[in-house]
Write a protein that binds this ligand. Structure first.
Ligand SMILES: Cc1cc2nc3c(=O)[nH]c(=O)nc-3n(C[C@H](O)[C@H](O)[C@H](O)COP(=O)(O)O)c2cc1C
Length: 371
């Protein structure tokens, strides 16, 4: 049997294979962030398709931290009941599910009237969001919001929680000297830039307990002049290891990175060699860090997925866009249909969700309409 399909355990969470559905914003929540039945249906399909671990789309921990309309929220107890139905439905299909929690920082495009977006330092984003610098009191409140969110994640029956520390959202903005220009203890050295992340991790860990899986997704590089780089990644991962993180998902890029270095790259995934676009970072991570790793970014072929595990590049293979098009991809691969994923990495799947509309594979829909 391929190592891809062996069972593993992450801090007590038993996974049936080494495939992870990387967090994917589904835009299937109402205006208050309550999860709609269509989200349950989508994630149940993934569980039926034998994805070993499903990570939800990014979920906001407070109202200011919402990135876009349609996003799921976890900022108040009233949001727990529909999420409990969601986790029950996924578990009924034998699936495991972790919630990704986040704050958008200066990528908040649905700020309530009269409020401001908040980031480590003032910033005007090309898409129009302007954020002001968080006060220290606001940093503490935000850390508390992450902790309370994680408590609700556990109460809703999720198998674990993942902090979103990647892609230029709030935690990644703090980590990045490109975004973070602070001169207090939250800016400057990596120790200072990582402070808020470690405060969130410690707070979450002490609230959910030592035996509850706590994961994080981080950048290996921002691909920005003066941004977070691979050396920072290794040092940050070591700090997270000391604090007892259970798994680290390796990604890279932010909304401001050059097109060819975005976290969801559109171009260049032309050969098996090019598929794993964070492979080099994963190798570097492996040399220094012992925490189980999940590698995301352009994986499309079964043979490449096998290579990730067989060559020890990472412990888990994480996929986003291929599973939008083919929720049953893992089952197909396991049953011997090992042709490449049908996803063409066109990124058209961003179009509906960016205007708050439910996700679907636009390329596939276009093909269907033609026939
Ligand atoms: C439509 C869409 C939504 C995404 N939403 C999230 C998200 O909520 N959280 C996150 O960490 N990454 C998100 N990503 C990035 C993916 O998780 C992943 O890191 C990236 O697409 C590269 O993997 P892939 O080549 O398998 O798609 C999203 C990507 C797409 C295309």
């Amino acid at each position: 049997m391929s190592k891809l399909f062996e069972s593993t355990t992450l801090n007590g969470m038993t996974l049936k294979n080494r495939f992870v559905r990387s967090a994917t914003f589904e835009a299937m929540a109402d205006e208050n962030g309550a999860c709609k039945p269509e989200l349950v249906n989508l994630l149940v399909e993934l569980a039926k398709g034998d994805v070993g671990l499903i990570i939800t789309g990014f979920t906001y921990v407070n109202r200011i931290g919402r990135s876009r309309l349609g996003q799921t929220g976890i900022y108040k107890d009233e949001l727990i009941p529909p999420l409990t139905e969601l986790t029950r439905a996924v578990h009924n299909e034998g699936g495991k599910i972790v919630m990704q929690i986040m704050h958008a920082g200066c990528n908040s495009y649905s700020i309530p009237e009269g409020d401001y977006a908040l980031g480590p330092s003032p910033k005007k984003m090309p898409q129009g969001c302007v954020c002001r610098e968080m006060t220290k009191a606001e940093i503490s409140e935000t850390v508390a919001d992450f902790v309370n969110a994680a408590i609700r994640v556990k109460k809703s029956g999720f198998d674990g929680v993942q902090l979103h520390g990647a892609h230029g959202y709030l935690l990644s903005q703090f980590l990045s000297p490109f975004y973070n220009k602070r001169t207090d203890e939250y800016g400057g050295s990596l120790e200072n830039r990582a402070r808020i992340v470690l405060e969130c991790l410690r707070g979450v860990r002490s609230a959910v307990g030592g035996d509850y899986p706590v994961l994080i997704k981080i950048n290996s590089d921002d691909y920005l002049d003066g941004g977070f780089n691979q050396e920072d990644m290794v040092r940050l991962a070591a700090m997270l290891e000391t604090e007892g993180i259970d798994a680290i998902e390796i990604s890279g890029g932010t909304h401001l990175s050059p097109e060819e270095y975005l976290f969801s790259r559109k171009t260049g995934i032309v050969s098996e060699e090019k598929e794993l676009y964070f492979a080099q970072a994963a190798r570097l991570y492996r040399e220094k860090i012992n925490v189980p790793s999940m590698l995301v970014g352009g994986i499309r072929s079964y043979s490449v997925a096998e290579r990730v595990i067989n060559e020890g590049l990472a412990d888990y293979v994480s996929l986003c866009r291929p599973l939008i098009r083919e929720p049953d991809l893992i089952q197909r691969w396991q049953s011997g249909g090992t042709r490449r994923a049908a996803c063409i990495s066109c990124n058209e799947c961003f179009t509906p969700v960016r205007s708050g509309k439910a996700i679907y594979c636009v390329a596939e829909a276009k093909l269907r309409n033609k026939s």
